[in-house]
Design a protein around this ligand. Structure first.
Ligand code: ADP
Ligand code: G6P
Length: 478
C-alpha cells in the first residue's frame, strides 16, 4: 500500500501521556516536552505522518474556560487532552499502572493488587474510549499505546460498534510482556489480555515478549494459537507482530553539529582530559538497575583502585513517578549508595562518581553522550531502552563502547556490537566495564559500525513496517 493511501485515512494515536505535558506556572499554562522512550519512539515515527494524538495532559483542569485554553495550547501539537480529575488520574497512573502493573510486566514483584486502583484503571480506560469513539470516523486507524490502556481496545470496539463505525485498532506494548507463569501473579490477568484481544493487531518490541503473550492467551483463555502470529479468540482473529522501535538518529547528529554543543563538548573534554568518561542516562526507576549499577561501579573501583582518578561515571537519574512511594524509597537509597561510593573512593583530585538526580536539556544530553568513552546501561528488564540507540547515534567520531545489560530489550538486537553482562553480577559488570575501557581502536570501530548500521537502518525499517502495518490494519478493518 502506498503512502498516499495511508495519509488519506485518519490516524489517531492514543497514549496515557501526551508528547507534551501541561503545567500551571503563575496562573498560566505552559507545555513542555514529555520524556521517556514511548514519546521518543513515536516522535521519530510520526514526523512524516498526519495524525491526532489523544492522551492525559498531566494536570487537573476543572474550569471549562481553562480547559478550552489547554485545548487550544495543545492544538499546535495536534494533541487532544483527555481531562481526568486528579484523584482518578493518581489512582490510575500511580496506583494501578505504575505500582501494580509495571512491576509485574518487568518481573519485579510478586502478587500485588488493590481494588481501588483497579476500578480507577477501568474508569480511565472507559473515559478514553468515550472520547476517542466520539472523535473517530469510519475508516479511522486507532493506534493505542502501552500498559496504561490495556482495556481500551475492548471498550473502544464496543463503543464503535454501537455507533456503527468501522475502525481498525492497533495496540503497541512498550514494555516486556512476561512469561505466562509470572503474569498469573496479577489477579486481573484475564481482563487485561481480553481487553487487548479486541485489537486487530498487537505489537511487541521483541519475539520473546510476543511469544510470551501468545502462550499466555492459550494457557489462560484457551485461545487458539496454532497459526503463527495469530490468535483466534471469541470469533475474532487477532494478529501479533514484532515492532523494533527506534530513534531519529539525524536529530542527534544535527544537534551535535551546533556550535553551542561543540563548545560544550570541548569544555567537557578539557575538564576530563586524561580520564575515561562513562555515562549513564536513566529514568529513576527500579527496572533500570541503578542500585546494581552503583554497586557494580563500586566493585570496579575496588578492583582497580589505580583508576579512581582516571575514570568518572556521570550518572543522570531523571526524576520519574515521584508520587509513588517505591520510587521515593529508591531515590533515597541511591543517594546513600552514591554518597558511600564517593566517601570510599574520592581523592583530593575529585570524585569518581557524579550522580545527578535531575533532568538535563537535550543539548546537554547529546554533549554527554558524545564525550563518553563508554555508556553503561544496567536494566534488570526494559522494553527496549532507547538510550542505548541514542548513545550510538552520538558516537560517529569516537566509537565509544556500549556496555549493555542482557536484560534490556535492545540487547536482543545489539548484543554483538556491545559488551553484554548480567546486571546483578557485580564482578561481571566490573569486567565488562574494564574491557570496554581497554578495547583497541579496531575493535571499537567494528563494534560501533555494527551498532550504527542497526540504529540507522532500524529507523528506516520501522517506518516501512509501520506503513505496511497500516495497510494490514486497513484490510482487517474491512
Ligand atoms: P524509558 O522509556 O523507560 O524511559 P528509554 O531509554 O527507552 O527508557 O527512553 C528514555 C528516553 O527519555 C530517551 O529517549 C531519552 O533521551 C529521554 N530522556 C532522557 N532524559 C531526558 C530529559 N531530561 N528530557 C527529555 N527526555 C529525556
Ligand atoms: C516507559 C513507558 C512509557 C512511559 C515512559 C515514561 O517508556 O513504556 O509508557 O511514558 O516510560 O514514564 P512516565 O510514567 O513518565 O510516562
Amino acid at each position: 500500500m502506498g503512502e498516499s493511501a495511508n495519509t488519506k485515512r485518519n490516524l489517531i494515536i492514543v497514549s496515557n501521556r501526551l508528547p507534551v505535558s501541561v503545567r500551571r506556572v503563575d496562573g498560566a499554562f505552559q507545555s513542555s516536552l514529555s520524556s521517556g522512550g514511548l514519546v521518543t519512539a513515536l516522535s521519530g515515527l510520526t514526523k512524516s505522518t498526519q495524525f491526532r494524538w489523544f492522551g492525559w495532559p498531566g494536570i487537573e483542569v476543572k474550569d471549562p474556560e481553562e480547559r478550552a485554553e489547554v485545548v487550544e495550547s495543545l492544538e499546535k501539537h495536534r494533541a487532544t487532552p483527555i481531562f481526568l480529575d486528579s484523584h482518578l488520574a493518581h489512582e490510575h497512573y500511580n496506583g494501578f499502572s505504575n505500582r501494580i502493573l509495571w512491576p509485574i510486566l518487568h518481573y519485579t514483584s510478586g502478587i500485588l493488587y488493590d481494588d481501588g486502583p483497579w476500578q480507577a484503571y477501568k474508569r480511565v480506560n472507559e473515559l478514553f474510549a468515550d472520547a476517542i469513539a466520539e472523535a473517530a470516523e469510519s475508516g479511522t486507524l486507532i493506534w493505542v499505546h502501552d500498559y496504561h490502556l490495556m482495556l481500551l481496545p475492548e471498550l473502544l470496539r464496543k463503543q464503535l460498534q454501537m455507533q456503527g463505525k468501522g475502525c481498525a485498532i492497533g495496540f503497541s506494548l512498550h514494555t516486556p510482556f512476561p512469561a505466562g507463569d509470572f503474569w498469573r501473579n496479577l489477579p486481573v490477568r484475564k481482563h487485561l489480555i481480553e481487553g487487548l484481544l479486541s485489537s486487530d493487531l498487537i505489537g511487541f518490541h521483541t519475539d520473546e515478549y510476543k511469544h510470551n503473550f501468545i502462550d499466555t492467551c492459550a494457557s489462560l483463555l484457551g485461545a487458539q494459537t496454532q497459526i503463527p502470529n495469530q490468535i483466534q479468540y471469541k470469533n475474532r482473529l487477532v494478529c501479533t507482530d514484532k515492532f523494533i522501535v527506534g530513534i531519529d538518529p539525524q536529530k542527534f547528529t544535527d544537534t551535535l553539529r551546533r556550535p553551542e554543543v561543540q563548545e560544550r563538548i570541548k569544555s567537557l573534554k578539557e575538564r576530563y582530559k586524561g580520564m575515561k568518561v562513562i555515562v549513564g542516562i536513566d529514568r529513576l526507576d527500579h527496572i533500570k538497575g541503578l542500585t546494581q549499577k552503583l554497586k557494580g561501579f563500586d566493585y570496579f573501583l575496588d578492583d582497580h583502585p589505580e583508576l579512581r582518578t582516571k575514570v568518572v561515571l556521570i550518572q543522570v537519574a531523571v526524576p520519574s513517578r515521584e508520587d509513588v512511594k517505591e520510587y521515593q524509597d529508591l531515590e533515597t537509597e541511591l543517594c546513600t549508595i552514591a554518597g558511600k561510593i564517593n566517601g570510599k573512593h574520592a581523592t583530593p583530585e575529585g570524585t569518581p562518581l557524579l550522580y545527578m538526580h535531575r533532568s538535563v536539556s537535550f543539548t546537554e544530553l547529546t554533549a554527554l553522550y558524545s564525550v563518553a568513552d563508554a555508556c553503561l546501561l544496567t536494566s534488570t528488564r526494559d522494553g527496549m531502552n532507547l538510550v542505548s540507540f541514542e548513545y550510538v547515534a552520538c558516537q560517529e567520531q569516537n566509537h565509544g563502547v556500549l556496555v549493555l545489560s542482557e536484560f534490556a530489550g535492545a540487547a536482543a538486537f545489539m548484543r554483538d556490537g556491545s559488551i553484554p553482562f548480567h546486571p546483578a553480577n557485580t564482578s561481571e559488570m566490573s569486567e565488562a566495564l574494564f574491557a570496554a575501557l581497554n578495547l583497541g581502536d579496531e575493535e571499537r570501530k567494528e563494534k560501533f559500525e555494527s551498532l550504527w548500521n542497526f540504529v540507522a537502518t532500524n529507523t528506516r525499517e520501522t517506518l516501512a513496517q509501520m506503513r505496511s502495518t497500516w495497510g494490514l490494519l486497513l484490510k482487517l478493518a474491512k
